[in-house]
Write a protein that binds this ligand. Sequence first.
Ligand SMILES: Nc1ncnc2c1ncn2[C@@H]1O[C@H](COP(=O)(O)OP(=O)(O)O)[C@@H](O)[C@H]1O
Ligand SMILES: [Mg+2]
Length: 394
Amino acid sequence: MSAAITVDHVTKRYRLYHERNQSVKAAIMRGRRARYDEFLALDDVSFEIREGIAFGLIGENGSGKSTMLKCMARILRTDAGSITTRGKLSALLELGAGFHPELSGRENVYLNGAILGLSRREIDQRFDAIVDFSGIEQFIDAPVKNYSSGMYVRLGFAVAINVDPEILLIDEVLAVGDQEFQNKCTDKIASMRREGRTIVVVSHALPSVRALCDEVALLEHGHLIRTGPAEDVIDHYLTEILSIDPAELGIPRRATGEIHLDGVEIIGADGRPRPEPTIGDAVTLRFHFTARERVVEPVFGMSFTSSDGVLVTGCNTMTSGIRMVVEPGPGHLDLEIPRLLVAPGRYHITGTVYDREHTTPIHEVGDLHAFHVAEGTLRTSGITSLGGTWRADA
Ligand SMILES: Nc1ncnc2c1ncn2[C@@H]1O[C@H](COP(=O)(O)OP(=O)(O)O)[C@@H](O)[C@H]1O
Ligand SMILES: [Mg+2]
């Protein structure tokens, strides 16, 4: 797949000028040289954004995210390196960027459309859709200098998405709008992504970056720390840089994968496979797995769920006090069940392996195995049986 945006060894410096209020005489005395410090906002950054993906830029405040987006949009020139973009690009950058304060909303729509390369007729055709999406119809003929920040964002976003861009760049601005408008924008971004457009977003809302983005780049002090699949990069950022447990943000921890659960084999009392046991049978559930490396004291767990989704029971090796070391390669673990006391019907087995603290998943499979329990002489109602025997003393 080809790249929509190629960032090739990009360096961007800002000049911080001193002595702004110096006298004319002092300026003349010093000659034409202005005194300034250089601040390196982006330092030799390279990465690629594949066509049609949603790409996130994350990093702490001041890490260079907005600078990178402005370089992509060609609002800033890079000092070294280059950025190549393929396809029509539209950007929603800082609040109010691209809007002329004295002009009305309507005039700004035309101005922005023209900047993005649309003819007057093309804007005419899209005008209603733009105003409609923005939801600020009643203010469309008022000068935008009187707009609230939320109104700026509404109109800015409505223009940016309605000019039919192949690449859409969005800086954090969306966080300004109200929740309802944010949801509308998120839906729109998701649908543009489904249409195969390339989306680049800068956001602080990590759960939504994770939900929306396929890939993410992490910047720190102008350096590219990491780029790759969204969940990898976000987890790295949270755990290694912010020292936050992703679960605190409602982001499920990602399985680490040292052990892979391969499947479950049901074995009867005679030691032979018994794929469809009968209620009351003695069976062994053999969990087959493959370990990529040596794992000390992993916690294996399983649960039974009936076909209508009811959790019947669950157990794990930790509560049973089992400590084991798994060596690399294939292996198995047995759960011996003296009497299979679940009602006849279909069941799903969920399999899990966690680390020794039982906090980080190694592998989890919601539907590791499905099997049927056949009817036998033991009768029960409900989903389980106590396995009891009636005895009358007479
Ligand atoms: N116009 C500018 N002049 C000088 N320094 C700037 C300018 N714009 C941004 N910076 C500095 O560059 C760094 C990166 O800024 P920015 O790209 O806005 O970061 P982010 O969007 O990740 O918060 C910050 O330290 C910021 O203060
Ligand atoms: Mg920024």
